[in-house]
Design a protein around this ligand. Structure first.
Ligand code: KG4
Ligand code: ZN
Length: 349
């Protein structure tokens, strides 16, 4: 018996400040176009109103570019998957409206997608080897930090999470304190590679269970810099790399502790990382170390699938389609969506 070919899925992502569209066929990514919004850098953070306006002007050309790059026509598509939340309300509205209208016009299903579930399931995309179930996933982005036990694509349990700031936010806030441009995570990463991680010491508070708290670290760094600058006005300029290395190593120690604990408690050694902070070279090195020293099988996404991208959204669309799930035109975006389950429903008939 012949297997049906994988469906051709268009993914659309517009939850924050990146407009992205991708076309996949099963695990194969045919195109993944991301348009960044550089305009936010000048104010050191994402301005929601600007973000939604930029999405509005970029979404059509970005979708067209994704189709062109994949060499497919809109009429060839089998479904359109899009981010319904969590994210910025106005930004989500742009992607949601565009995706639903396009699917309606083409008379194909639209599939609403949970952004954080998509970060985790990006691991099913080639060229990586998908993790075996069950696996543990450390999802670290600008808005979330979660430790998730993934039994199946549609059966996930949040074991722990941050009680305040996300790990990416900690990177970004510290970067801002030392005068680095937004988003600070990648810049801290680069500078940290040239600095001494033991130059300055910051405490690494542990919360109960598998939870984190990062807001104290920001306050600690703020107080430390104030005192140091009182004595030496050039302290920050002269010690940027050492500050970055010391802060990064503290964040990584904090991130790794509950993950190591969870592997010990559950006996699950299949471990993945996901989200923007999984682009961090220090975190990638820690995982590689754990693979060598602790016998974990680690899954580190290719860089293009770490930060926000539409290929991961399309991947969820594909997995939901396999489960015969699809969305309705009533789906309405939400900045907060707690459960990491599918947002689609069983197909009628
Ligand atoms: O997943 P993502 O692209 O967007 C959200 O859904 O939040 O994550 C963005 C976050 C930002 O906080 C950014 O500074 C951080 O990921 N990030 C990094 C690195 N690349 C991006 N943090 C540390 N090191 C990096 N190399
Ligand atoms: Zn994200």
């Amino acid at each position: 018996m012949e297997h049906a070919p994988h469906p051709l899925i268009l993914g659309i992502e517009s939850s924050c400040d990146d407009t992205s569209a991708a076309v996949i066929r099963g695990p194969q990514v045919l195109s993944n176009v991301v348009a960044n919004q550089a305009l936010h850098a000048e104010v050191g953070g994402v301005v929601p109103e600007w973000a939604s306006r930029a999405h509005l002007s970029k979404i059509q050309p970005v979708v067209q570019a994704a189709l062109d790059k994949a060499g497919v026509a809109a009429a060839d598509l089998d479904a359109i998957a899009y981010t319904l939340g969590p994210g910025l309300q106005g930004s989500l509205h742009v992607g949601t409206s565009f995706a639903k209208a396009m699917a309606w016009g083409l008379d194909i299903p639209s599939i609403p997608v949970h952004h954080m579930r998509a970060h985790i399931l990006a691991h099913v995309l080639e060229p990586g080897l998908p993790p075996a179930y069950p696996f543990l996933c450390l999802t670290v982005s600008g808005g979330h930090t979660q430790l998730v036990k993934v039994r199946r694509p549609n059966d996930m349990e949040v074991l722990g999470q941050t009680l305040d700031d996300a790990a990416g936010e900690a990177f970004d806030k510290v970067a801002k304190l030392i005068g680095l441009p937004y988003p600070g995570g990648p810049v801290v990463d680069k500078l940290a590679a040239q600095g001494n991680p033991e130059a300055f010491s910051f405490s690494r508070p542990r919360m109960g269970g598998y939870n984190w708290s990062f807001s104290g670290l920001k306050t600690q760094v703020l107080n430390f810099l104030k005192q140091a600058q009182d004595k030496d006005a050039r302290f920050v300029q002269d010690n940027q790399a050492d500050i970055c290395a010391s802060v990064q190593t503290a964040i990584l120690d904090m991130l790794m502790a509950p993950l190591i604990q969870a592997v010990e408690d559950t006996g699950i050694t299949e471990v993945a990382i996901a989200g923007g902070v999984s682009a961090n070279s220090g975190l990638r090195a820690r995982l590689a170390e754990a693979q060598a020293d602790r016998g974990w099988t680690v899954h580190i996404p290719p860089m293009a699938y770490c930060t926000d991208n539409a290929a991961m959204i399309a991947a969820v669309g594909w997995l939901d389609a396999l489960d015969a799930l699809e969305g309705t035109l009533e789906a309405s975006p939400s900045p907060r969506l707690p459960a990491l389950t599918s947002l689609a429903q069983p197909k009628e008939g």
